[in-house]
Design a protein around this ligand. Structure first.
Ligand code: CO
Length: 210
């Protein structure tokens, strides 16, 4: 494991490396940010947004929380989405879940988890919405993996419900919302290939705000 002191040594090494490849790297990033991507992922220490995407500082606006949830009463994620869409004009919004997600696993257990109860209830709601499909999967790890995917899908739907997203898409044709799952056994980033335009059209029967 990295020691506390090592972190600051790492930082100085990183500065030297960045300057060696681009002498004005820090001037450039200090000037402005114009990221094309807004990433909403899990707080899990193994799923780092920039590293798994292979992107540099300035390329992705990031929000992470337990089990990558997009809850309309969470001022934090709502502020990130509003700023990302209305001010940064991001082209893509990604909700990235991951297999082996402790949050999703906890939500599958009949147990009082204190303050996590209202948070994880969002995942139980996903389970209820897709109960028939999930209950038909007899293999428990497979059912858990599918819940991870369906949770990503439902959080994408929550993003698409937002007025800011619907209005920006009407005006510019972006942002496009994507659902991904990170498989930490292989390192692969899996695009769930959600049909953004179809979901938008489908939910606007009820959630139209543009
Ligand atoms: Co997780």
């Amino acid at each position: 494991m990295t020691s506390y002191e090592q972190i600051f040594e790492n930082n100085r090494k990183w500065i030297a490396e960045k300057k060696a490849t681009d002498a004005s790297f820090f001037e450039k990033i200090a000037r402005d940010q114009r990221p094309d991507y807004l990433y909403i992922g899990c707080s899990d220490s193994r799923v780092t947004a920039e590293e798994i995407m292979g992107v540099q500082p300035g390329e992705v606006f990031v929000h992470r929380n337990v089990a990558n949830l997009v809850n309309s009463t969470d001022l934090n994620v709502m502020a990130v989405l509003n700023y990302g869409v209305r001010h940064l004009s991001v082209k893509h919004i990604i909700v990235c879940g991951h297999y082996n997600c402790g949050g999703v696993k906890a939500a599958m257990q009949a147990q009082d988890l204190g303050i996590l109860n209202p948070w994880l209830r969002n995942i139980r709601d996903v389970y209820r919405l897709h109960r028939n499909e999930l209950n038909a999967i007899t293999d428990e790890p497979a059912r858990y993996n599918r819940l991870v995917e369906l949770n990503v899908q439902e959080q994408c739907v929550n993003v698409i419900k937002l007025a800011s997203v619907q209005q920006a898409y009407n005006d510019h044709g972006y942002p496009i919302v994507h659902g991904w799952v990170f498989d930490m056994h292989t390192g692969l980033l899996i695009d769930l290939k959600l049909d953004f335009a179809h979901i938008l059209h489908d939910i606007q029967e009820i959630y139209r705000l543009d």
